[in-house]
Design a protein around this ligand. Structure first.
Ligand SMILES: Cc1cc2nc3c(=O)[nH]c(=O)nc-3n(C[C@H](O)[C@H](O)[C@H](O)COP(=O)(O)OP(=O)(O)OC[C@H]3O[C@@H](n4cnc5c(N)ncnc54)[C@H](O)[C@@H]3O)c2cc1C
Length: 448
């Protein structure tokens, strides 16, 4: 068996592992990345990107159906879902190729196989049949092995009737009906997409609202839009799985569990909670030469925080713990229809003397022209120093607008000013909501 030596070996090529590998080479390290499945991880292959492709296809369908509002006469042919899926797969394959090109451009060695620890510096790589094919020595190891769909007790995924999010993204046909269990971001995205393409969807959540960690006005607006779209939304629902015979598909999206089957004990790595890896502010595990980044570290389960942690771990692995992670301002987006987003300072719940402003997209002229008048921007402001503390946005382009809101909050400014926001734009509504907190918005009718 060969014994290859590296400065840094990364386990997993999702956003966390990819960023680690590239940044580490930029800093001068010799790097290998081990991947047991497809380059790009969950995000590219069965998460962020395929869901957004299908959401975009749905959006286009709706725009075509409403194109008469601009004077077009379009006779749209019936939709062939398998054609949309084939396009999705083609797009994802191209993006995968792009990631491989970037890794190769940096001379990252891509090793295909399943990684596990022999000890804190040596990794074994085996093939899918479980045979060891390679042993690698690494000064530093970065674990970026991600997560998989959580299983509900008594309802194991068999890929036919009881399915997970990955199975759902690969269905060849739109089912007649589907029960979606879990009213979090993924459940809502799936319900939106499948119902939009003609499936009768029941969405069941056992908390008393969708998106339980979100602002109540946002979760109510999302629920209202889903119901308008034809989704049967059940909240405080504990018995949805009692009667699954009536559904063609049952999609269970109740969270993610860590991919920690790496023989961690051989390296002495500690886990916490449901098996996520414990890390410090430098993304370092309890074993000093081993770092853990992205979903497996269980902090926020998002691609962009995963990528950030990857780049930071690379810096720390190469330059001995020089940068710590800052998760104080993280935007959240859900691809409902329209999208809903939020961002707030991390200590928001402790903030006192907060005032609120709100601006509906019905009063935004660009939204009027784009026929995207549903939703609102809500803003929380510190009354004493006028600093924006949080934004919630439900509406078209809110996934982009929230990045602007994030920068406003992060930049520590204590005022958004009118002249710096282009007209006509959706972004103006952020300013309008902020002004409304002080009853100074000139684009709203006088309050009675
Ligand atoms: C349906 C869905 C939609 C989502 N949408 C969004 C979104 O819009 N925006 C967003 O920010 N996040 C989204 N997410 C979450 C996002 O996909 C994850 O947070 C992100 O992929 C985490 O990146 P990661 O690199 O930590 O792990 P992953 O992307 O999961 O990558 C881990 C990689 O490690 C590999 N691996 C695991 N074990 C081993 C081993 N032993 N040996 C070798 N390789 C191994 C896996 O095969 C995988 O490729 C979504 C997730 C899902 C499921």
């Amino acid at each position: 068996m060969d014994l290859d030596k590296y400065d840094i070996v990364v386990i997993g090529s999702g956003p966390a592992g990819f960023a680690t590998a590239v940044r580490a080479v930029q800093l001068g390290a010799k790097v290998a990345i081990i991947e047991k499945s497809f380059i790009g991880g969950t995000c590219l292959n069965c998460g962020c990107l395929p869901t957004k492709f299908l959401w975009q296809a749905l959006k286009l369908k709706q725009r075509i159906q409403k194109s008469y509002e601009y004077g077009f006469k379009v006779n749209s042919e019936p939709i062939i879902f398998s054609d949309i899926l084939a396009k999705k797969d083609r797009n994802i394959a191209n993006l995968r190729k792009g990631m491989r090109t970037i890794l190769s451009s940096y001379n990252v060695d891509i090793i295909e196989g399943v990684a596990s620890f022999r000890d804190k510096n040596n990794l074994i790589v085996s093939n899918n049949e479980g045979n060891n094919i390679l042993e690698i020595f690494a000064n530093k190891i970065v674990i970026a092995s991600g997560t998989s769909p959580s299983v509900m007790k008594g309802f194991a995924f068999e890929g036919n009737k009881i399915i997970n999010s990955t199975d759902a993204l690969n269905l060849k046909e739109i089912p007649k009906n589907m029960l979606v269990v879990g009213g979090g971001a993924i459940g809502i995205e799936m319900a939106t997409i499948f119902s939009g393409f003609g499936c009768y969807v029941t969405l069941a959540e056992n908390e008393n609202c969708l998106l339980p960690n979100e602002d109540r006005e946002v979760s109510e607006e999302v629920k209202r839009n889903l119901i308008k779209q034809g989704v049967d939304v059940l909240v405080s629902c504990f018995d949805a799985l009692n009667n699954i015979d009536k559904y063609e598909k049952v999609l269970i999206v109740i969270g993610r569990m860590p991919n920690n089957d790496l023989k961690l004990e051989r390296a002495g790595i500690k886990t916490i909670g449901k098996g996520f890896l414990e890390t410090n502010e430098f993304c370092q595990t309890n074993v000093s030469n081993i770092y853990a980044v992205g979903d497996i570290a269980g902090k926020s389960l998002l691609a962009y925080t995963a990528q950030n942690e990857g780049a930071i771990a690379a810096e720390n692995a190469v330059k001995m713990n020089s940068i710590s992670i800052d998760n104080s301002v993280i935007p959240q987006v859900v691809f409902s229809m329209p999208q809903s987003s939020s961002v707030k300072v991390s200590n928001f719940l402790k903030c006192r003397d907060v005032i609120y402003g709100k601006f509906p997209f019905t009063a935004n002229s660009r939204a009027f022209i784009e026929k995207e008048r549903s939703g609102f921007v809500k803003c929380a402001v510190d009354k004493a120093n006028k600093k924006p503390l949080a934004f919630w946005i439900v509406g078209a382009h809110s996934d982009e607008l929230i990045n602007f809101a994030s920068q406003i909050i992060k930049s520590d400014i204590n005022k958004i000013s009118r002249e710096s926001v282009f007209h006509p734009s959706f972004s103006e509504s952020l300013f309008n909501a902020y002004e409304d907190a002080f009853d100074k918005c000139v684009d709203l009718a006088k309050k009675i």
